[in-house]
Every structure is written in C-alpha cells, then in structure tokens.
Design a protein around this ligand. Structure first.
Ligand SMILES: Nc1ncnc2c1ncn2[C@@H]1O[C@H](COP(=O)(O)OP(=O)(O)O)[C@@H](O)[C@H]1O
Ligand SMILES: [Mg+2]
Length: 236
C-alpha cells in the first residue's frame, strides 16, 4: 500500500519557484531515495512534505491530503524529518534530545524502552548519554538526530544527507544502523543522499531530480545499471 504520494509538487521560496513538478511514492515500510545534483531541489522536496516550505500540487500521506499542513501537525501524523545539518539541540544532553523526540507520546514506559533501543542501535551514544549534544562528534550528532526522529515513533522518516561531512567509515556505520532500524521497525524512509553508493545500500527504488523536476524513477538495480547514473553518482 502507498504511504506517501507526491504528484506534480511545486514549491516556492517567496516568489521564486524551485520545484517544478516532483512526483514520487513511498510504499508502507519501503525505502526510497532522492538523487540529484546540488540545488536540484532534494531538500526542498522534503520540506514540502514536512510543511516547512510553500508547496503546490498533491501530497498525500496515508490517504490524507497533507499539502499546506502545519509542520507540527505533519509530525503528529507520523512523519519525522531529520534535516540537513541534523538539527539536534546543542544545549541539551543526549538523553534530553531523545526525550524531546518523544514529546508527542504519552506511553512513558515504552519511551524508556525506545531510548534503550536507540542506545543499542548507536552504542557510541551510550557513553555520551549525559553529554551536551554540542560536544558530540559529527557522526555522533547524526546518530542522535536519527535516534531523536525514531523516538517520535514515526510511520515515515525523512532523512536529508545523513553522510554529509562524515568520514567514510562513520558514514557507513550510520547507514548500517539505519538499515537495521528499517528492518526491525518497518518505518518507511525517504532518503536524500549525495553518496549514491550509500543510498543504494538502503533503498529499494530512487527518484532522480533535475532542476526541481522528477526525471527518472527506478529500482536500485535498474538505476545502478544505467551509464548516466554511474557517471553522475557512482564515480564510474
Ligand atoms: N531559503 C531559500 N531561499 C531561496 N532559495 C532557496 C532557499 N533554499 C534553497 N533555495 C534554492 O532552491 C533550489 C533548491 O535547493 P535545495 O532544495 O536546497 O537543493 P538540494 O537539496 O538538491 O541541494 C536551489 O536553487 C537553491 O538555491
Ligand atoms: Mg539539500
């Protein structure tokens, strides 16, 4: 069943139109990638979904029209957004950040269990549980950002450039944990990732954006087999 569907989505910063027609769909429990050059509109597509940019076209989530819905209500419907640059709260500790992620939940006992799960998924955070988020390394902050989003118990996770600025081995660790999270939780994922090798290690299908428009959609295997994709995104 389709969980999220974008049809001909447009988006604007002020009067400047930056999305011209983005279409994609994420099945329940599926993982979909968005590929595209810098400035293609990947981040803006995620913002259109989470309600943080003015958008046109159709955006439906679990059968409900969510275009133009306020960000807090989108979050309440079960969409968690890990933004570019992570967005952890630097002045709060790791534990506090994880608790903040669960702010819409009332199930105290399972919140504690889910914090334990996050620490199992990202063991590096265990030793830093009482440290301020601002004192963490880039990789640890990315882990915390994913953990915080998980704490909202979303049906869909929006993940923007999780590998950005990380050492290759750290980026691979982060993606391994996200793959495990996907397998164990069944949370659907829409992933923006410059590193297509990492993206393809996680997603089933991907959509390619060019200047604010969907130009290609295919399975990971189909896309990996295409010369233009290999040249543009896989370094060969
Ligand atoms: N806050 C903003 N105000 C005006 N233009 C923006 C803003 N953010 C992004 N843009 C422009 O929108 C286009 C798409 O940006 P973005 O979605 O960030 O691309 P990507 O994530 O694919 O690199 C780019 O041309 C960018 O310069
Ligand atoms: Mg971006």
């Amino acid at each position: 069943m389709t969980l999220l569907e974008l049809e001909d989505v447009t988006a604007f910063y002020g009067s400047v139109q930056v999305l011209e027609g983005v279409s994609l769909s994420v099945p329940e429990g599926g993982a979909v990638g968005i590929l595209g050059a810098n400035g293609a509109g990947k981040t803006t597509t995620l913002r259109a979904i989470s309600g943080t940019v003015r958008a046109g076209g159709r955006i439906t989530f679990a059968g409900e029209n969510i275009r133009g819905t306020r960000p807090d209500r989108v979050a309440g419907l079960g969409i968690a957004h890990v933004p570019e640059g992570r967005g952890t709260l630097g002045g709060l500790t790791v534990r506090e950040n994880l608790r903040v992620g669960a702010y819409l939940r009332k199930d105290r006992r399972s919140i504690a269990a889910d914090i334990d799960y996050c620490l199992d998924l990202f063991p590096q955070l265990k030793d830093r549980i009482s440290s301020a988020a601002s004192a963490l390394s880039g990789g640890e902050q990315q882990m915390l950002a994913v953990g915080r989003a998980f704490m909202a118990k979303p049906r869909l996770l929006l993940l923007d450039e999780a590998s950005l600025g990380l050492a290759p081995s750290t980026a691979r660790n982060v993606y391994a944990a996200i793959r495990r999270l996907r397998e164990e939780s069944g949370i659907a994922m829409l992933i923006v990732e410059q590193n297509a090798t990492l993206a393809f290690s996680l997603v089933d299908t991907a959509t390619v954006l060019e200047t604010g428009r969907t130009v290609l959609t295919g399975t990971s295997d189909e896309l990996k087999g295409m010369d233009e994709i290999r040249r543009a995104y896989l370094g060969g």
